[in-house]
Design a protein around this ligand. Sequence first.
Ligand code: HEM
Length: 162
Amino acid sequence: MLELMAWLENSALAEVLRGLGIWTYGLLNLTHIIGIATLFGAILVLDLRLIGLWRRLALDDLVKPTVMLSAIGFTLAILSGVMMFSFNATEYHGNPFFYIKIPVILVGVINIVVIQRTATWKRAVNGEPETGNDSLKLKFIGASSLLIWLTVLTCGRMIGYW
Ligand code: HEM
């Protein structure tokens, strides 16, 4: 892991970023925050609806804008995150919050891919009536997604305090 971190820190990308001036890291951090706010803001609304709030709001209407916004936010967060990390990657060696955060992001992505393939999800986004225990499954989907992204947020914020 340390080798990978050292490689990234000495990469051409990191050299270029460090050479851009004193505002670069701050602007990347700002982009990271905008990405996180967009991602989590959208996810929070969708997940709370899945858990059972605002039942009169049609799920199929809500899915499109929230999924699109979360994809934009996610892209911003990943790109800015990798760039910030490359500035001084080796400093994060041994930081447990960093080591938890990255795999949990991966779990979050896998979770989204798996959810979108389930029959329950397809019925919900196509506006079809719920069958069997769809309602319970949607609650579980919303709660697990919230837990995953809250963990990522918490670890991201705590990295700097280790
Ligand atoms: C969607 C995914 C992500 C979320 C939700 C997220 C969340 C966060 C949060 C909440 C912070 C604290 C920001 C602050 O207080 O200023 C943070 C900081 C940071 N993130 Fe991310 N992050 C994500 C992806 C990534 C990725 C992929 C990387 C790099 C591989 C990364 C690297 C960093 C770094 C280096 C910091 C600064 C830590 C410090 O020194 O304080 N992030 N992130």
